[in-house]
Structure formats: structure tokens, C-alpha cells
Design a protein around this ligand. Sequence first.
Ligand code: FAD
Length: 410
Amino acid sequence: MSKIIVVGGGAAGLELVTRLGRSLGRRAEHTITLVEPASHHYWKPRLHEIAAGTFDNELDAVSYLQHAACHGYQYVQAAMTGLDRSTKTITVSQPVNGEATLDYDYLVLAVGAISNDFKTPGVSEHCLFLDSAEQAQRAWALINPLLRTQGEHRLSIVGAGATGVELAAELAKVSEKLQRYRHGASLSITLVEAADRVLPASPACMSEKVQRKLEQQGVTVLTNTRIQRAESGRLVTADDQVLTADLQIWAAGIKCADWLTQLDGLETNRINQLKVHDTLQSTLDEAIFVMGDSAECPQPDGSFVPPRAQAANQAAGHLAHQFARLMKGKPLQPFLFNDGGMVVALGHDYAVGALMNDKVVLRGRLVRNLYDTIFRLHQRILFGWGRVTALVMLKRIKGLLSPYYKGNAS
Ligand SMILES: Cc1cc2nc3c(=O)[nH]c(=O)nc-3n(C[C@H](O)[C@H](O)[C@H](O)COP(=O)(O)OP(=O)(O)OC[C@H]3O[C@@H](n4cnc5c(N)ncnc54)[C@H](O)[C@@H]3O)c2cc1C
């Protein structure tokens, strides 16, 4: 009998428990448990759609309770707070029953990352974040009244990585649709980036195309602009320029939560990621695995696996396979990230992608379909092709019948 606990039901964790639930979970000798504080799973690369009011909750959110019941794993709604390696137990905090301890034979940590305010004064008090569905819903609750009030409203987004770029483009699209309704409300969006180009981690030719498209959509892009402090209704740049706004969203940088540095001595790096070997096992404890954004996993060329949805997905597939080997007493294989390129959505009908080791940069509606395919592949692992096909068809029909800007729903 082996007890496997997976902490965090995001892009990586939910795929892993689904795979393990279908394989090992069907046998009485293994139990697979997911520990996750939220009640529903939202694929994180789509959080900007929640913040812009264009996300379809009915079709694209997943209830953990229901999913667990159908896929052979147990779901504990709780947040992990501590670890005792000597007794192989974790401490969790549950919304109803308070603190509890759970024991494991193997522990997998997949708790993701959050944006990094780089200790910039005022950011935590005066900016919104997009690190969870709850935060995205809060952003929408504040953006929606602006869209319903006549006049021009200002919104500043700090950080032109995938999160900031996708949010700016989605909101620009919503604002454009609203102009067509002749409602008299519009959003003036400023995207601020400290580096010399948008998407600084992507190839330069992709950045150029993305910036051009954002500007066509009416977004003001300020590169080489570092924010030195945030105040109520304004951001102050390093050269004392003041950017006023009705709302300010911080989408820059990444780091992991501080509690990961207090896990019974497990090694972390400067952004609190847990250090692992190439087998995804923690450097200090071979019964503890870490994957996704919360892992610093080395690659043969000396680089580390990037914090991307694609890497989280591949790590989950890899670990599911490795657990099968472990149960048969076979040695573990290293995790090698295979970079299939990067696609960034700019509204619901346009995307830019760099593929084939960044040799090819494509853009347009077809590339947007490719972006959707990445989400559908995630859903395929969660539900299988049959249900995904039904979801795609339902979405098409709903798209024809309901407006893009829903006005009162997220
Ligand atoms: C708006 C946005 C757009 C993005 N766009 C892209 C993109 O276009 N392309 C791309 O490759 N990547 C993109 N990303 C990044 C991508 O979403 C992440 O790389 C990916 O989700 C990482 O997967 P993960 O499983 O490691 O973490 P997550 O998906 O973040 O999941 C972590 C899970 O852990 C849970 N958790 C947190 N703390 C605890 C705790 N104490 N106990 C238990 N559970 C806990 C959380 O509730 C969450 O469910 C985007 C991210 C955002 C926010």
C-alpha cells in the first residue's frame, strides 16, 4: 500500500492526480490524495479572461469534488502549512475543520508561483494581482463598474510578460466591443515594462509583433520604465514620472510563496522555488517531489525548466510515468523539458507564437486556435476526448448566442 499526496491542483497537480487516479488509484493498495484550498480549478493561463469578464465559468471551470469522485483520487479542501519529514506528515489548514495532519509515503508539491513585487513600496496595498481565480474575480468586480460608467477610465498594468500582455489585449478587446454598443465607456490601458521590450523572455521578433498589435488595439506600451512606488491611484516611475489610473494591476515577475522556505529544511533558491534533482526529487529527501512553477529543476545544458504551463503539463506526464516505474522497483528517469514554443493570446481572435526553437514566428486567428488547443489538451487529460469535443461544440454554440462582453457575469 502506498499513499501519494499531491499538494496543489493547478496545471501540473491536477493532471498528475488525474493520471495517477486512473492508473494506481483504481487499485486498492494505493491512495492518491489531492490537497487544494480552492473548490474549483481554473487553468491559470486563462485568469486574465476572468479579470476581463470573458471567461465561461459553466464550461471551463472544474469542480475538484466532482472530478475526484470520477477519477479515482481523494480531494481534501485545505492549504498545506507545514511538513515533518521524520514522521512523513504534512500539516494542512481546512476551511471548516481547522488544522489536520496527513501522512504520506510520497509527497508531490505543485503549489505554483505568484507575481513578484520586488519589495516595491505600496504595491501590495494599491495594486491588484492576478495570481488566483479569486484575485482575478476581484479585479473583474472592480473593472466591470468602470465599463458600465460613461467616460474614459484609466488602467495601468505593470509587467509585460504573458500575464500582463494577455490581460491588456483582452481588456482592450472588451473596451473596443463596448464602443460598438455606443455605451460611452472606454478603457485607456497603459502597459508598463522595466525591460527594453514586451515579453522579455521571448524572441525579439515575437516582442515586436506583440507590441505592434497591442498598440493597434490602443494600448500605450511603456518599455524601459521601472516603477519605484505605488500609491492610491498612481504609479511613480524611477525617473519620477507619475502614471495616474482608476485601477492598477501588478503582473510583473514571479516568486514562490514564503512558506516554502520553512519546509523542514528543504532547499530553496532566491525566489523561494524548491530545489530538485533532474528526477524532480527534492535535493534533500527522495520521497518528496516538486514540479511546475514551484520547482527549480536543472536541465543538461545548465539551464532550469521555465515556469510555463507547457513545462507543468510535461512534468505531470513525466511524474505519472515515474510513479509507475517506482511501484515496479525501477530506477527513476530524469525530466527533460521539451520546449514546443510559446503562444500568447491577444484577445479572443488573435495570437502570436514562436515555434520550432524560436525560428518561426506566426500570428493571427489560426495561431489563436493553436493557443486554444493547448488548453484543450489540458482538458483532454482531465476528461478525455469525448467530453472535450462536447465542450468545444457547446462553446461554439454559446459564442454565437451570447455577447463577448457579458456585463454582469464573470
Ligand atoms: C494570467 C496568466 C497568464 C499566463 N499565460 C501563460 C501562457 O500564455 N503560457 C504559459 O506557458 N504560461 C502562462 N502562465 C503561467 C502558467 O499559468 C504557469 O506556469 C502554470 O500554471 C504553472 O502550473 P503549476 O501547476 O506549477 O501552478 P498553478 O497552475 O499556479 O497551480 C498551483 C496550485 O496550487 C494551489 N496552492 C497554492 N498554495 C497552496 C497550499 N498552501 N496548499 C495547497 N495548494 C496550494 C493553488 O491554489 C493552485 O491551484 C500564465 C499565468 C497567468 C497568471
